[in-house]
Design a binder for this molecule. Sequence first.
Ligand SMILES: Nc1ncnc2c1ncn2[C@@H]1O[C@H](COP(=O)(O)OP(=O)(O)OP(=O)(O)O)[C@@H](O)[C@H]1O
Length: 289
Amino acid sequence: MEMKKNGLILSVGRNPKLCPEASCTEKNNYIVPVLAAALSFSLLLTAMAILWNLKTRHQVGKRNGSLELRNLRFSYSDLVRITDNFERALGKGGFGTVYHGYLDDTQVAVKMLSPSSVQGYKQFQAEVKLLMRVHHKNLTTLVGYCDEGINMGLIYEFMANGNLETHLLAQDDANIFSWEGRLRIAVEAAQGWNYQICNFLFPPIFVKNLYIKNIVDPRLQGDFDINSVRKAVEIAMACISPTATKRPTMTKVVIELNECLAMEIARQKVDNDIESKDSIELYNSDHRA
Ligand SMILES: Nc1ncnc2c1ncn2[C@@H]1O[C@H](COP(=O)(O)OP(=O)(O)OP(=O)(O)O)[C@@H](O)[C@H]1O
């Protein structure tokens, strides 16, 4: 499943990822949530209108057995047309290849289930069923699907900013995500879905039994609140517990991650206060001298 955040997509449940195209900067992390809050109501109305429109255009009845939902079903020839005969591949994942396409004038991503898919038909069905029911601003919208014999595909809204993993692992040190940025993404993504989201706070892999400082991206150079990290690690550890009953609910994950974020923001405030106090003292001593 894919989650989205600030024009990125993020897959959760397996390898957490977001997808890239345009450059994604730290600034986006701070500006976009504010804009998003202001625009959320109108976007919600727009999204509802679009969904309503799509549903009324493509709704078909129940289908015996397999995908027993009223759905947004497309034929294989629709997919051929949408993708211009699978002209441009965007990437490859556990299902198979993902292609760029246009539905009317809107860009979409079409994920085709390959016959050798490790995730297979069951996962395909699960993804369709879930995304048909679950709609969230941080979840990539499922626009439709095709389930025609051996031709199975999922049509998603197109995420122009690419893959989070690429951004997290980028060699471009100037644009690395801060600890606060990572927490913000984790909180918003967790609000969307899936407990495993905690994993991507600690790319490239979540490593057990290491000192806390060692599992945080070294490029952050200690620029984070250690208690915030410790708490996030505890949440992540709980999230990957093999015993389902020991895993926290998403509500708890969101609450705890928000607490981590609050710690980090408090730390930054203290740092800023100290800095401005220092500069006032420096100013005063310069003027006294
Ligand atoms: N909605 C989308 N918009 C733009 N690009 C996408 C979209 N979905 C997938 N892609 C591209 O295709 C690649 C493969 O995506 P896919 O979701 O199949 O793989 P994955 O992230 O490994 O997911 P899964 O866990 O389902 O296997 C992504 O890394 C991304 O580059």
